[in-house]
Design a binder for this molecule. Structure first.
Ligand code: DAH
Length: 355
């Protein structure tokens, strides 16, 4: 049974349009696309032939058949234009240079390296994480409560002198120690807790080979029932062993901090000279320890009961210990740097030695 002329024309138009669309999609260059255009949409193209054939279908079918054939022709036209735009833009960026060889290795971008302060920070972070500490942080712009009062540094204390701090405004200041984070943690959490807090601190020191006005500390805090100085010593000694090697020799030297009672500083035996006990300051003595035989590593102590009270912990029930260490100092010792400014000059000739 043969189809009516109208149906026949519609079928043919659909077939031609489908072929045209396939040919357009397959055209990989502008030239082949132009050939496709000539074959289907050109003056003597297949679509033009179909449009002419409309006059051959019965009068009453002409409007609907004409509309459909025109719709297909417009669709093919649009596909041709879209494909042309794609091929043109590909042409613009394409490898037209015959000398271009995609098999050659690419240009190597300069590779960054990890900053020595970050290397040390990450190591300390790993050690305390392994010991079950959580990481905490606090703001660098602090109020007097967190930087002083809650740390048992009362008004009138010399540490609060404007010349000793970077005061900003409204009594706010750039924190001078990460001990501020101890307070923030205790205010927001209930004991027991075990946290460490790495961060940047600020002091108006004149910059020289041993001082920066901004440097890094790591703070530690443990609060629980029955925590004693024995816990402090074992924790800090194992930190020292992880950091400086299993045979490091440590000593706890009595000291004073307002926020701990008792307080101590931790020294390690000088790794360079092994500490052969020459009198202090003897000329020509070890450059690392200045002949002292010991190197100061951190401050520590049992959290002062007053501090526990100020954050609302019952000091009869809870005790704890805390410590704070300077990161740049560790880095200086590790890589035998004699000038701390190397760590903040950001001279890539220096920095790229670290991986
Ligand atoms: N905050 C002290 C400083 O900046 C270091 C320190 C000492 C932190 C004893 C402590 C601590 O937590 O218990 O020099």
């Amino acid at each position: 049974m043969s189809e009516s002329p109208s149906a026949e024309l519609l079928t043919e138009a659909a077939t031609v349009a489908a072929q045209a669309l396939a040919a357009i999609a397959a055209a990989g260059e502008l030239e082949s696309l132009a050939a496709v255009r000539a074959r289907y949409a050109g003056k003597n193209g297949a679509l033009k032939g179909l449009l002419k054939a409309i006059s051959g279908v019965p009068k009453e079918d002409r409007p609907s058949v004409g509309a459909e054939v025109n719709r297909l022709a417009a669709h093919v036209e649009a596909a041709l234009e879209a494909r042309k735009a794609i091929l043109e833009s590909a042409d613009a960026e394409g490898p037209t240079d015959p000398a271009f060889d995609p098999t050659l290795p690419g240009t190597r971008l300069p590779e960054g390296s990890v900053h020595p302060v970050s290397i040390v920070m990450d190591e300390i972070r790993a050690i305390f994480t392994r010991m079950g500490f959580d990481e905490a942080s606090g703001p660098e712009v602090e109020d007097a409560w967190h930087n002083f009062d809650a740390l048992n540094i009362p008004a009138g204390h010399p540490a609060r002198e404007p010349t000793d701090q970077f005061f900003v405004e409204n009594g706010l200041l750039l924190r001078s120690q990460t001990s501020t984070v101890q307070i923030r943690v205790m205010e927001s959490r209930k004991p027991p807790l075990r946290v460490f807090a790495p961060g940047r601190v600020y002091r108006p020191d004149t910059v020289d080979a041993r001082h920066l006005y901004a440097f890094h500390q790591v703070e530690g805090l443990v609060v629980d029932e029955g925590i004693s100085f024995a816990d402090l010593k074992s924790c800090i000694n194992s930190f020292a062993r992880s950091m400086y090697g299993i045979d490091v020799v440590t000593r706890f030297r009595p000291h004073n901090f307002p926020f701990t009672e008792v307080s101590a500083e931790l020294d390690v035996r000088c790794p360079s000279c092994g500490g052969d006990d020459a009198p202090r300051g003897t000329p020509g003595r070890c450059a690392t320890c200045g002949g002292e035989g010991w190197i100061e590593v951190l401050g520590c102590g049992m959290v002062h009961p007053r501090v526990l009270e100020l954050v609302g912990y019952d000091p009869e029930r809870w005790t704890g210990f805390a410590f704070g260490l300077g990161v740049e100092r560790v880095a200086m010792r590790r890589w035998h740097l004699d000038d701390v400014r190397m760590l903040e000059d950001n001279d890539v000739r220096f920095l790229r030695q670290f991986r």
